[in-house]
Write a protein that binds this ligand. Structure first.
Ligand code: SF4
Length: 364
């Protein structure tokens, strides 16, 4: 397929739809040899079933595996790691991927359990898992969804699952957009299948799935992400890492030259605008916060807002590694351990944050 093309298919038989996309894209012809080592990188960021809007649907990966096997490609591996603070093993089980991999006899590499190496990523030194050292062809299988810090996550940011935990944490200290842009411009994605089935419009950890039942395929991660921004009503410039990756040569965001090809019938996959995160984000003073920490804070704030309590908060809530060593009134996570009130944990859970903030507000 051409770099300016995005294939799109709609329906509910995700395995069959994915095989149809692979066939139409002539995926076989892109892979160097039958014995090539092919890595599949899904999104298993948290421990939850795909129906909650965070993780890749099993059917999509099953479709890729069956297509490859039927065409004589047997050297497959699935590589992934859950976000900082979650065991990948839990994410595998909650999503049903443990059974899927067993059924197809596909090995799995947990990035958290293998060594990593330092790599020059377009002028920025980053740690990358050794698991991809001998991979010949990388198939990225992200979920198109919102993100409470960088607004949107799809093809480019899904590659962050290929760095070890301490590096994931450092990414946030480095301002998240810059390292994601540099990493994604360095790790080449050879083929991309986007799970656009029911991703959450606000949170990468899901919880509020919005069904659209479509799956996309492409070869340019920047174009795919530009399309994702468009669908989520986001200006491209508001998702900084996409522009950065483009400037570093990862692809083109030019949607005006893109060809969107519907495999079955014309499909309107436009989505409602969502501003849940923006509605409560004012309450926090986030400075280099890890995704898991900030991702747990926002639902707690939404709940407090619903109960009319957030409006009574008399101070900003500090969160993130940038507050380490600082003092203040109210903070979330061990990074704010010197604050007068600190809701401890690394990261603290949604429930701990909600209970801690509720207690603080009621006491005040
Ligand atoms: S407390 Fe939160 S922001 Fe700080 S390191 Fe832990 S998870 Fe990251």
């Amino acid at each position: 397929m051409n770099t300016n093309q995005i294939l799109r298919v709609v329906g509910t038989d995700y395995k069959a739809m994915t095989k149809e996309l692979c066939t139409r894209a002539e995926l076989c012809s892109m892979i160097p040899a039958k014995e090539s080592k092919i890595a599949i990188k899904p999104n298993l960021v948290v421990a939850g079933p795909a129906e909650l809007g965070a993780t890749t649907h099993q059917g999509v990966v099953a479709g890729i595996i069956e297509y490859l096997n039927e065409n004589g490609f047997k050297n497959l591996v699935v590589i992934e790691s859950a976000w900082y603070g979650e065991d990948t093993e839990n994410a595998l089980m909650a999503s049903g991927f443990d059974l899927l991999l067993k059924e197809y006899n596909i090995p799995f590499i947990d990035v958290k359990k293998v060594p990593s190496h330092k790599q020059d990523c377009c002028g920025m030194e980053l740690s990358v898992t050794d698991a991809i050292n001998d991979v010949d062809f990388l198939i990225n299988v992200p979920v198109l969804k919102g993100h409470c810090q960088v607004r949107m996550t799809c093809a480019l940011k899904n590659i962050k699952g290929l760095v070890p935990d301490d590096e994931k944490r450092r990414f946030h200290a480095l301002g998240i957009n810059k390292p994601v842009g540099h990493l994604a411009a360095t790790i080449k994605q050879d083929f991309i299948i986007v799970d656009n089935i029911c991703g959450d419009l606000d949170f990468e950890e899901g919880g509020n799935p919005v069904v659209r039942n479509s799956i996309l395929a492409g070869v340019d991660p920047v174009l795919i992400d530009a399309y994702a921004c468009d669908k989520l009503h986001l200006k491209l410039d508001s998702v900084e890492y996409v522009r950065l990756a483009e400037s570093l040569g990862a692809g083109s965001s030019d949607l005006s030259s893109a060809e969107i090809i519907d495999l079955r019938s014309e499909h309107d996959d436009s989505l409602p605008e969502s501003s849940k995160v923006l509605d409560v984000a004012y309450a926090a003073e986030a400075l280099d916060a890890c995704s898991a920490c900030y991702g747990n804070l926002v639902p707690a704030l939404l709940q407090l807002s619903k109960e009319g309590l957030l409006q009574k908060l008399d101070t900003k809530i500090a969160i993130g590694q940038g507050h380490e060593g600082q003092t203040g009134t109210l903070g979330i996570g061990n990074c704010t351990s010197l604050f007068d009130t600190c809701i401890k944990g690394c990261p603290p859970s949604k429930e701990e944050i909600y209970e801690g903030l509720k207690k603080y507000i009621e006491k005040a």
